[in-house]
Design a protein around this ligand. Structure first.
Ligand SMILES: Cc1cc2nc3c(=O)[nH]c(=O)nc-3n(C[C@H](O)[C@H](O)[C@H](O)COP(=O)(O)O)c2cc1C
Length: 267
């Protein structure tokens, strides 16, 4: 018996509208490139902490890829600043600069449509040695952190923000990736939203693999209350959009995939 294909158009109207509105075909393919875009977000008034230079990751890529699995069971051990530095460098840092052929470009660990790098990384810190608990914002150009707000992040609050996922609240640090549309949509229009989602995937995958290489565990998070999370990060959801998050810490069951995944708790 033939099963009718699942058509986006009939079932998920918003996804369908978005997909079609951002599809390209021969006659809408010109972009309005060449417009101004802004550099990464920085707050000159925020207390600033330079991160230590990132160390080389101790494990090889093959091992990290093979060992990756979601981790939802964390110990109470804190993450160090050195570990945080290595994670952020791998995720969305600026490794250096290259010049040639009349261009100068930042060398970064992830690609970005048009080299516009429209993403930002914020951190919900509960237990990082040397960092105040609260919200911090990564400034890639100088490899440092701005303190957005010093505040304890109670388990119940973090659990609520992430829609009842209590394992998020036990992680010493949660990375939140947000998107500044003004930085790339001026070039790509609506289609740039797709590019931001793709780029966020690159970034978070790098975070994941770096975490595994350091012996840490991580679980990526699409489930959160958008506006409440934006409010905590002190970003305006009309100009900066939370896309993705990743909770990271020391696995309670290192090397044990199924115990780390803690699926029974997650449903
Ligand atoms: C876009 C995306 C969103 C996700 N959101 C959540 C989430 O909100 N909570 C969670 O516990 N896991 C989340 N996950 C993790 C998946 O549940 C997990 O990757 C999947 O079950 C496969 O298991 P593994 O990562 O252990 O191999 C998400 C994964 C992706 C790619």
């Amino acid at each position: 018996m033939d099963v009718a294909p699942h058509r986006l158009r009939d079932h998920e109207r918003a996804a369908w509208e978005f997909h079609r509105a951002t599809a390209r075909w021969q006659f809408n393919a010109s972009s309005s490139g060449g417009q101004q875009f802004t550099a990464g977000r920085e707050d000159p008034d925020a207390p600033y902490l330079p991160l230590p230079a990132p160390a080389r990751l101790p494990a090889g890529l093959s091992d990290a890829i093979a060992a990756r699995a979601s981790c939802r069971a964390f110990t109470d051990l804190p993450v160090t600043l050195a570990e945080l530095s290595a994670l952020l460098a791998a995720g969305y840092g600026v490794g250096g600069r290259s010049a040639g052929d009349g261009y100068t470009m930042d060398d970064r660990p992830v690609p970005s449509g048009g080299g516009l790098y429209p993403l930002e990384v914020s951190l919900l810190v509960r237990r990082v040695e040397g960092l105040a608990p609260g919200v911090h914002h990564f400034v890639p150009a100088v490899h440092g952190l701005e303190l957005v707000r010093e505040v304890s992040l109670p388990e119940a609050f973090v659990t609520y923000l992430f829609m009842g996922q209590h394992w998020v609240a036990r992680a010493p640090v949660v990375f939140v990736v947000s998107f500044v549309p003004g930085r790339s949509l001026v070039k790509y229009g609506d289609r740039g939203y797709r590019y931001a989602l793709l780029e966020a995937g690159h970034l978070v995958q790098n975070l994941n693999l770096a975490a595994v290489a350091l012996g840490l565990g991580a679980v990526n998070l699409g489930g959160f209350y958008d506006d409440e999370l934006a409010g905590l990060l002190r970003i305006d959801p009309e100009t900066e959009i939370c896309l993705y998050a990743s909770a990271c810490g020391w696995p309670a069951h290192p090397g044990e995939r199924m115990a780390s995944r803690a699926l029974a708790e997650s449903v």
